[in-house]
Design a protein around this ligand. Structure first.
Ligand code: SR1
Ligand code: MG
Length: 402
């Protein structure tokens, strides 16, 4: 029998976690709602004496960032729970442990990662993340390979993909990433001073629109692997040694390059934002170098790991995998998709509904505007030049030369 959904409050969530036996009834518990994302409630419940804590994430039946006028399926909580469990099976070192899920209450109860920092915030503060790119490259290779037809049996993949039919969240991406920013749409959100630049550089460019249409088509039709679906730097917790990926509620079977491109786009956005965050040129350049190296290493780690998994006959699910040229062809296509999707993701964060703190927190208004223009130029170049670039060094040159 289904239970009745109701959004929890800081008070009502406590008896709920007690009923799960995650804490005792007599435990002194403190609860705080800490959700700062666009969609959900996030409660942290902490034992005041032992300090042990858990997270209860609950989906709201609408998009929090807009309000009740934008209804949104609660099924995304089930999808997130299933995606997290799958990721935990494949890459436990990069995944929070899930303790409990409940699709009626649209709840995921999981490990508290508050000892780590949300990566976006750390990058804005120019924190050091020596393991980040290797960790994310590894995360991407394993989650994508083992849910693709190369690492997962064709029958199992087809059946498994039925758990991740995610039409409403995919529609958000289709609109907010691939469509609205490329037209004068009412969901867009940008300062009026930027309008002439957007009209000139983005909206009036038919060649650009054609390439974005092709990338949107890939997002709509290419069910290569189970994606995280929203792998930006706000979906990652990290410190100098540990990296954890959270929030896969946008998970669906899509093109592998979409996840890789999302992560790279957010490093590019942080790179651009650093022009507005510090006057200290040496410090800025050193950090920007770290970001560019991280972009390169994310791809090289992904490609190396993916190649190793592919070469291991124990994992091979597809007859044509024995052709070395086939792997090269697959990786080449993923590379081009990655760059194109990264370009779309950069542009959507400047013109579209949802922005990033990296850019928005630039204090100087002129520098902020300059950063937005630079981001649009880089995003556009990535989309248009994706078939000319051969390596991530070429992509880095595009970012540096704009
Ligand atoms: C209405 S949701 C806006 C954005 O937030 C999420 O993190 C996704 O990126 C989505 O596009
Ligand atoms: Mg999210």
């Amino acid at each position: 029998m289904s239970k009745t959904y109701k959004p929890f409050t800081e008070k009502t969530v406590i008896p709920f976690v007690q009923s799960l036996q995650l804490f005792k009834e007599t435990d002194p518990l403190l609860c705080e709602e800490i959700g700062d994302g666009n969609l959900n409630l996030v409660f942290r419940i902490r034992h005041q004496e032992t300090g042990s804590s858990i997270i209860v994430k609950q989906a709201l039946p609408y998009a929090k960032v807009v309000g009740t006028s934008w209804p949104l399926t609660l099924d995304r909580a089930r999808i997130e729970g299933e995606a997290l469990k799958n990721e935990y099976k494949l890459v436990p070192q990069y995944t929070p442990k899930v303790y409990y899920t409940d699709k009626d209450y649209a709840v995921t109860v999981m490990e508290d990662l508050s000892h780590l920092t949300i990566l976006r915030k750390g990058l804005i503060q120019r924190k050091n993340y020596p393991n980040l790119s290797k960790d994310i490259g590894h995360f991407l290779a394993h989650t994508l390979f083992f849910t693709s037809d190369y690492g997962l049996n064709q029958q199992e993949k087809k059946l498994f993909s039925s758990h991740f039919i995610n039409p409403e969240l995919c529609k958000i991406t289709e609109d907010l990433v691939f469509t609205d920013p490329f037209f004068d749409h009412d969901t867009n959100n940008f300062p009026e001073e930027l309008r002439p630049f957007i009209e000139d550089v983005i909206w009036s460019d038919e060649e650009l629109k054609l390439e974005v249409a092709k990338l949107k088509r890939a997002f709509l039709t290419k069910g290569e692997a189970l994606l995280h679906g929203d792998l930006h730097t706000g979906s990652i917790f990290a410190d100098e040694t540990t990296t954890k990926v959270i929030d896969p509620e946008f998970a669906y079977f899509g093109p592998m390059g979409f996840d890789i491109g999302a992560f790279i786009a957010n490093l590019v956005l942080n790179y651009i934002s650093q022009f507005g965050h510090t006057e200290n040129i040496e410090e800025r350049e050193a950090y920007q170098q770290f970001l560019l190296t991280s972009i390169k290493e994310t791809w090289t780690t992904f490609a190396k790991e993916f190649t190793a998994l592919w070469a291991n006959t124990k994992h091979q699910q597809e007859a044509y995998m024995r052709l070395p040229a086939f792997k090269e062809a697959v990786l080449d296509e993923v590379f081009r998709d990655t760059i194109g999707f990264a370009g779309c993701k950069v542009i959507r964060r400047i013109i579209g509904l949802a922005h990033v703190e990296d850019i928005e927190s630039i204090a100087d208004e002129e520098k902020k505007l300059a950063a937005k223009k630079l981001a649009l130029q880089i995003g556009k170049a990535l989309i248009l030049k994706r078939f000319d670039l051969q390596t991530m060094e070429d992509l880095i040159k595009v970012v540096e030369q704009k």
